[in-house]
Design a protein around this ligand. Structure first.
Ligand code: MTE
Length: 331
């Protein structure tokens, strides 16, 4: 069941990147492809103020008519009054390294990913392990709309109306054992479908993790759709994590495995560049990345930059999870 509060939405006009800027960006990205894995997120990363946005140029989505138009959403803004990011931008400006490091090519590269049938194995330290079909997950857990800010570690951001269900509902169904302290997530490993996985830059598959209390927080979502429609492959279809107070790389896409474990999982990014990407990855404007500031961000579709908010604006809801912890040490 889909829970919606209201219908109708007005989206502000997006800025279109002129062709010459797009072309120079493509040359830049080709150069970035030659860099080491540890430099990659940075290479795709932050830029200064710019007269144009770095958003896509309104190219058609990848999967035919169904991808091109947004569905209905409940509100035009998030709870801070920030406008939703344009649907076209959300589905054509993506990070999905299993396909390519070029954000503006992901939607094409990922278009043929087979997302049905799809099963998710939930196990480890639980009383009721199980293999869930994606359709069963949709049917068993009420689908609700959640409008969240997504803040990439590269210092760009969006406001996205997700559809999904809180992870804690699934966790309650499998009943974590007392020994479980963390949750480990894994993306599909299929180099034939995901050519980026043929590269040895990363230790595939993409892995992410949360502390159990973070995973059980009501904000933590398993998303199945956005803008009133099923997720497209480029956004992590058919099931992805969304943890809005953490940098976007924690929000792992196309999940096939969820395990309750008794030690802190090592994520793909921690393994690749432990000095740059920590386990916690809480959005923190006071803790710069070793190679750039995290004090401000570029909202896709807007001119200029805006200040980054602690915990991405969700401080009131999540700060108590980290009482007494050094957020610079636990970065
Ligand atoms: N999940 C997988 N499996 N592979 C990835 O490359 N990129 C992450 C995250 N999840 C990534 C992933 C990063 S760096 C970001 S910012 C978000 O996905 C981007 O999500 P979006 O493309 O839907 O905006």
């Amino acid at each position: 069941m889909l829970i919606k509060k209201q219908t109708g939405i007005e989206i502000p006009p997006s800025q279109i990147t002129p062709e010459h800027i797009y072309r120079s960006r493509r040359r830049f990205m080709q150069g970035a492809a030659a860099l080491s894995a540890t430099a990659l997120l940075a290479a795709c990363g932050p830029q200064g103020n710019t007269a144009v946005t770095d958003a896509p140029r309104g190219r058609a989505a990848t999967t035919g008519d169904e991808g091109k138009e947004p569905g209905q959403v409940a509100a035009a803004t998030d709870e801070l009054g920030d406008s939703l990011t344009k649907y076209q931008d959300i589905i054509t400006y993506n990070n999905y390294y299993e396909f390519t490091t070029d954000k503006q090519t992901v939607s094409f590269m990922a278009a043929d990913l087979r997302t049905s049938p799809w099963q998710v194995e939930v196990g480890g330290l639980v009383r009721n392990p199980g293999v869930y079909d994606i359709d069963d997950l949709r049917a068993q857990f009420d689908q609700e709309e959640r409008i969240y800010r997504l803040r990439c570690v590269e210092a760009w951001s969006m406001v996205i109306p997700w559809i999904g269900f809180p992870l804690h509902k699934l966790l309650a169904a499998v009943e974590p054992l007392a020994a479980a302290t963390h949750v480990r997530f894994e993306t599909l490993y299929d180099p034939e479908q995901m050519p980026g996985q043929k590269s040895s830059w990363f230790d595939w598959p993409y892995v992410e993790g949360l502390r159990l209390d973070e995973a059980q927080h009501d904000l933590t979502l398993l998303a199945t759709g956005l803008y009133g429609k099923d997720l497209l492959p480029q956004n992590g279809a058919p099931l992805r994590l969304v943890v809005p107070w953490k940098y976007g790389f924690k929000s792992i896409k196309s999940i096939v495995k969820i395990d309750l474990v008794e030690t802190q999982p090592t994520s793909l990014w921690m393994a690749s560049a432990p000095n740059e990407y920590g386990f916690y990855a809480n959005v923190n404007p006071e803790a710069p990345h070793p190679r750039w500031s995290q004090a401000s961000e570029r909202r896709i579709g807007e001119l200029g930059r805006r200040e980054t908010l602690k915990f991405n604006g969700y401080e009131a809801q999540v700060a108590s999870l980290y009482n007494g912890e050094d957020l610079r040490e636990n970065f």
